[in-house]
Design a protein around this ligand. Sequence first.
Ligand code: GLN
Length: 492
Amino acid sequence: MTDFHRLSIREMAEGLASSQFSSRELTQHYLNRIARIDPQVKSYVTVTPEQALSEADAADAARKAGQATQLTGIPLAHKDIFCTQGIRTSAGSKMLDNFISPYDATVVSKAKQAGLVTLGKVNMDEFAMGSTSESSYYGATRNPWNLEHVPGGSSGGSAAVVAADLAPFATGTDTGGSIRQPASFCGLTGLKPTYGRVSRFGIVAFASSLDQAGPMARSAEDCAFLMNTMAGHDAKDSTSMDKAVDDYVADLDATSIKGLRIGIPKQYFNVAGLDAQVKARVEESLKQLEQLGATLVEIDLNMVESYVPTYYLIAPAEASSNLSRYDGVRYGYRCENPTNLLDLYNRSRSEGFGAEVQRRILIGTYALSAGYYDAYYVKAQKVRRLIQQDFLNAFAQVDVIAAPSAPTTAYKIGASLDPVEMYLGDIYTIAVNLAGLPAINAPVGFDQNKLPVGLQLIGNYWSESQLLSIVHQYQQHTDWHTQRAAIAEENA
Ligand code: GLN
């Protein structure tokens, strides 16, 4: 068999369970593809072939011994923000270029317990700050649909590996859209869970009250398999919720589109900068959902103009505090020949952090400083509460809310957007993080340049199962999620 990469996760699980192929064969197939195709896509920061093959052999042995889970032996890639014991965790930064974690993130250890095989660590914007993956110290990752375009960010590597079939699925994190926007740019399904559903333990922190990890894959069904291994309470993360986890795979048929009330926030479709093609594809997908039995309900989300200013105070404020730990002393990059302690701090941070990260630290430190704290940080927290209330009011009327995931399709590499232009591109995703809600991206077509467009569905708290199920139902009637970029069609 030469085209393992065309199989769904369910088909891989069935093939392994019935001994049609081994984990070693499957893993070797992906390693071959990575060796041949990744030099064009540049999605992996670190590939771990030896470890992957030894994990694959262990998976095959476990299966023979009758100790396999459904996913045992299936490969995956981790965003390079998840700590992996013994393998470098760079967070896309020169600061952590030499950092090898002494422990695994909970998401990583849960994946290992399920028997998943790690192919390697994939590229991302530095410390997950960005929307293109270009701020990575390791250079830009390419969009498999068009190598001159970005895959989105910050989980751009996670999106690119799946879209190029260099991994069957991948983990990502989403602080302000970093799962949904790259999924949208690369034609994938990506779920940002409710804050507290997935443990943040061992994830390099960006903005702790917003960060949440989730799955990225071709289909809702594939995401559901990975979500089953990721979700759950973790005593090591005090913000993770001690609440029973759904069986996301079993629930894929649990929600019917028939009778579903989908809220259409009218303010969202009047945003300046919403690309006409994106708008058209999203509206077509909503028509399809209507034909499948959903009711579209026009709703108001009045706070849309506050989203970008609020997020771009709170996220940098938390980042400036989280990133104060990188001082050149404990771990990470240290400058050469410091003359004194202040020089050591100063130069290690100036040389170790890239421009976007430095910008955020400066904005955040300013917003938190005495004299400005009330005017900026405290005010942003109050507005955050109003944004949440706005969503809760909407959920009194509708089951889910529909929006584009991003106002445009993938930018050209090097488009050198100014920072504010780039921040405005986050308009549809960041409010979801401010409110702590779950949301999913589903591919719904292409623009005139054959770049993917995504629909975002935002759910009420703990509705991951419902979101996956709705997208799964939609994907039973459409084939956007099965379309592949030309580079993914190539055999290794
Ligand atoms: N693009 C947003 C930012 O730059 C979101 C990033 C993320 O979700 N990690 O902050």
